[in-house]
Ligand binder design. Structure first.
Ligand code: ATP
Length: 319
């Protein structure tokens, strides 16, 4: 492997190949079907792999990284089976969700160790370049044990980038990051994507990935439930019946006013709250304030009851 393997150029034999393709892929652990007959492909740019815990995201990423064999179907990385052609790993890196970083090592030592393992010609230079990319070069000699979650994530990312992979797989990379660290990570991934890297990142939170991923694959119970850009997925979620719980200073009057609103399908009065069913959540959310104000009612609480991911996914799957 070269010391500065670079992003696939047009002359590279891999440039004409799809970075990652799953064809009717399943994986089961004993009796547990973790991934069930998934067919999809990942192009250059950023793709989000969205799904609740246990949906099969990590299993997908591990198969893409060649760490797990599919139980059936085929996984192709640049047209090759990662299990049959390990040399393809010069182009691939996985940033796992859970990976204990050795607390006593400096970030530089950790990243250099990976560069040595990968057989890079100049491990020190490769490590410095990767640490600079993730803006960890100034703290590179500090011990990992004292790092914040964000710094540890960036150190893992530097280790993954040390050989300049063209297919970058990240398992829940935003987990535990504060908003500033999250923005920084997004910017980094966008930079990689702009330079031609295919990035596949998993998350269980749509808001986390919709701003950064141009395409989102939704997984549920091992199956590919939906795919599209974030607008398509958002539309699937908002153009469906919602139930909103409302508490106000005058629930009964508010109920009768709301019933004449075209966005409201029905209102149930429960102990201390109204349960309002609407088909147009966006329109409803937009107008509820003015409707209450017009009736001299103060809203104490407006809370969608079915915004949980499970409902969203259940809805997507039922379509
Ligand atoms: N090593 C294993 N042995 C047995 N079952 C497993 C193993 N790894 C995962 N599973 C099961 O396979 C299913 C998919 O798990 P996977 O970790 O791929 O999902 P995930 O979407 O990444 O969820 P999470 O975000 O919680 O990791 C789950 O039911 C999980 O319990």
């Amino acid at each position: 492997m070269s010391g500065s393997s670079s992003v696939a150029s047009s002359a590279s034999p891999i440039a004409s190949q799809i970075p990652l393709a799953f064809d009717h892929v399943s994986h089961w652990y004993g009796d547990v079907v973790a991934v069930n007959d998934v067919t999809c492909s990942i192009e250059a740019g950023i793709t989000g792999l969205l799904g609740p815990n246990g949906a099969g995201k990590s299993t997908m990423l591990q198969m893409a990284a060649g760490l797990l064999a599919p139980s059936s179907g085929t996984v192709r990385v640049y047209g090759e089976s990662p299990l049959e052609r390990p040399s393809i790993f010069r182009h691939v890196a996985l940033v796992p969700e859970r990976e204990a970083l050795p607390a006593m090592l400096s970030a530089r030592a950790f990243v250099e160790a990976r560069a040595v393992l990968l057989g890079l010609r100049d491990p020190k230079l490769a490590a410095l370049r990767a640490l600079t990319t993730v803006e960890m070069d100034t703290v590179a000699d500090r011990k990992v044990g004292g790092f914040s979650k964000g710094m540890r994530q960036r150190t893992k990312l530097a280790a993954a980038l040390v050989h300049e992979p063209t297919l970058l797989l990240l398992d829940e990379p935003f987990n535990g990051l504060d908003p500033r660290q999250r923005m920084h990570m997004m910017r980094l991934l966008e930079d990689r994507a702009r330079e031609g890297t295919a990035v596949l990142l998993s998350s269980h939170i749509l808001e986390e990935i919709e701003g950064v991923a141009s395409r989102i694959l939704v997984m549920l119970s091992g199956r590919l439930a939906a795919s599209g850009d974030h607008r398509t997925l958002r539309r699937m979620m908002t153009d469906r019946p919602h139930t909103v719980r409302i508490r106000s200073t005058n629930d009964r009057t508010l109920a009768s006013v709301l019933l004449s609103s075209p966005t409201v399908m029905g209102v149930d009065i429960e102990a201390g709250a109204l349960m309002v069913r609407t088909v147009d959540y966006t329109g409803f959310a937009h107008h509820i304030g003015a409707v209450a104000q017009g009736a001299s009612i103060t809203l104490l609480e407006v809370q969608p009851t079915d915004e949980s991911l499970e409902h969203v996914f259940a809805y997507l799957v039922a379509r």
